[in-house]
Design a protein around this ligand. Structure first.
Ligand SMILES: Cc1cc2nc3c(=O)[nH]c(=O)nc-3n(C[C@H](O)[C@H](O)[C@H](O)COP(=O)(O)O)c2cc1C
Length: 253
């Protein structure tokens, strides 16, 4: 089958998931981008489409706001490649959940992959990932998916994970603004995926809404937002024990 249009659809608070989505989509052809980090759109796809969906792994799951955005898409039989990007602990049920979410919208999942990237809460973990080898594997995933689609082979890959998916309890850490550095430009409030930051009082994060996606920390032009260094040090010690930065890309076709 000939691919008319390639799209990269992703949720990427810290930017690594976007990078992964672009590598794979680029291997399929020139592509349109749908960045659903700050907001999603109701997009309709069709039979000649190939879409690359990429999600960061949060607690072994895909982020809830991304799942909500995916529920507004119409697949119309389009081919899909799904990618889970994780910080060297594990992707648990996230890749399966992503495949299920897009299949439920009428996409046909032909390929999947799991890739390690810098841990967005503790960037010392898996620093420098995705590296050159990861990027090559991401492109290979796109090439292999493209070959399958060209041959009219829409068989679904066997994707690891379990249903029901593991419960996600959230993270008890939330970024806050340093009042001396914050100039109240409002960027964090505009871009927060869950509307947890007030534009007038950005130093106040609504912790009940905040999903600790870290987007405000990475997006702030003045480096004014951060997690509490004390709590982060404790999280770092715990995470370092459970993460293995030696994990290599996994491709499923
Ligand atoms: C709230 C939160 C939960 C996370 N949970 C996991 C996890 O369960 N397993 C894992 O390996 N990495 C986990 N990570 C790390 C991210 O999956 C990883 O850093 C990913 O590259 C972030 O993508 P981004 O840069 O596009 O935001 C978590 C990060 C955050 C912020």
């Amino acid at each position: 089958m000939y691919i008319d249009r390639v799209s990269a659809v992703y949720f990427s608070p810290g930017g690594t998931t976007r990078l992964c989505a672009r590598e794979t989509a680029g291997a399929l052809g020139s592509f349109d981008e749908y960045d659903f980090t700050a907001s999603g759109a109701a997009v309709r796809f069709g039979g000649g489409d190939a879409a690359v969906f990429a999600a960061p792994v949060f607690g072994g799951r895909i982020p809830a706001p991304f799942a909500e955005s995916l529920a507004r898409l119409e697949g119309g039989g389009a081919a899909a490649v799904v990618i889970a990007v994780y910080g060297a602990r594990d992707y648990d049920d996230a890749l399966l959940e992503l495949a299920d979410a897009v299949s439920a919208r009428g996409f046909r999942v032909v390929a999947a992959g799991a890739f390690v990237a810098r841990h967005s809460m503790v960037p010392q973990i898996a620093a420098g990932r995705p590296d050159g080898d990861d990027r090559a594997a991401l492109r290979r995933l796109g090439e292999l998916a493209g070959a399958k689609i060209a041959a009219g082979d829409f068989t679904a890959p066997d994707i690891p994970g379990a249903r029901p998916y593991r419960a996600y309890g959230g993270v008890p850490l939330h970024p806050a603004a340093n009042r001396a550095r914050c100039v109240k430009c409002g960027k964090c409030a505009r871009e927060c995926p869950v509307g947890a930051i007030s534009a007038d009082a950005p130093h106040k994060t609504d912790n009940a809404r905040c999903i600790t996606c870290m987007h405000c920390v990475y997006a702030c032009p003045n480096y004014a937002r951060a997690l509490s260094p004390v709590l982060l040090a404790a999280a770092r010690t715990k995470l370092k024990k459970s993460c293995d930065a030696g994990r290599r890309p996994e491709l499923f076709l």
